[in-house]
Design a protein around this ligand. Sequence first.
Ligand code: FAD
Length: 415
Amino acid sequence: MIEEKVDVLIIGAGPSGCVAAAYLHKQGHTIQVVEKSKFPRFVIGESLLPRCMDHFEAVDLLDCIKEKGFEVKKGARFLKNNVVCNFDFSKKHTKGWDWTWQVPRDEFDKTLTDELQKRGVPISFEEEVTNVIFSDDGTSKTTIKNKNGQVKNIAAKFVIDSSGYGRVLPRLLGLDKPSALPRHASIFTHVTDLRRPPEEEGTLITFDVVTDEAWLWVIPFSNGITSLGYVGPSEFIDSYTGTPSEKLQQMLKLSTHYYDRFKDLKFKFPPIEIKNYSKSVTQLYGKGYALTGNSAEFLDPVFSSGVTFATESALRAATLASEELNNNFVDWEQDYSEYIKEGVDVFATYVKEWYTGNLQKLFFHRPENQEIKKQICAVLAGYVWDKSNPFVKNHHRLIKTVAHVIDLENDDASK
Ligand code: FAD
């Protein structure tokens, strides 16, 4: 019962699926994007990194985003015990974009799909991929169910799985692997930011560190709405009782900087809780398919790397799939898996060392070392493949080493 044949079938129309689709369409391949929900739909992941501007630019998606007037993000602010650590993306080790956006994802993702549809990219909404069967030569048959329960099949030469937390191929092919990161959870919502202060303070994206392991994100959007969310060990989130709204209201009291601004504001939707959000897989590709974005890996929200990895991996996977469709040899292990893992590895170290407290020592130690700050800033901007940056090249040991030196300095100072 094959009804359609395409070169590439893309599962999911989030940023990852859209970047892959934009690239493959531009190269003249026949594609079909299958998306389970109806857009606009809510999804978390609102703070972007400058590196993803490279990806949107490469597939001509920057202009349609610019037109929407999303809040410009020029850096990120971290607060802890009255110490402020401000990263300014224009002061970073690696050359590249020095700004990006903070966005409500419902509108952002719809902007991307609208633009693709204008270009003639076929996206079928409210259709769910329920099964994919691969033949030995890598060609596949994908089963798709629409909202009325009707089923159809699409034959494809290649499948890009950009299904985010749907994790379609990891589930179907048994590729899930426990994440090496601690089991953390998050609770978040949006508010109409009625007491938003004027000028920069009102627009700054901030991570307010309330305990060594728990922190509050504040992400103001240009539409007057602000995203608020706590992240921490599951036990921390579970230590609050009541409805999700009661829990989050209680937690807001932990933030001395923000409590007065957000106390008693009505939440726009009951806070959503996500537990054990870190995900990993045993392999990022196989014959006839590649996993991109959250379907492949998700680390932690602390450095906002999710969407950037989603678009980085999508652009790579689409480029390589296109090469393969044009009968050129592709080394998926080296050019996809190893490349992606290299970047993931750098961010994974930063996430781990954030929660061990070592990285926080570097952020909040005073006086600041401007050279180190520039190097870390490049990582926080998403430029995690630049080996000229010692904080990329030596990520496994450098954070630990500098934290140790800070400890020794603090010991000396207290004597
Ligand atoms: P998604 O954006 O999730 O898109 C996947 C799409 O696939 C969805 O639209 C879904 O409906 C569709 N789909 C699923 N299953 C199927 C199916 N069977 N058939 C068809 N379609 C299907 N990232 C950041 O960059 N910045 C942040 O500030 C940030 N904060 C976060 C906070 C929390 C608490 C968490 C948990 C994550 C956060 N992230 C953040 C990560 C971010 O949410 C993801 O990395 C990002 O959305 C991944 O994009 P994607 O395109 O891979 O997947």
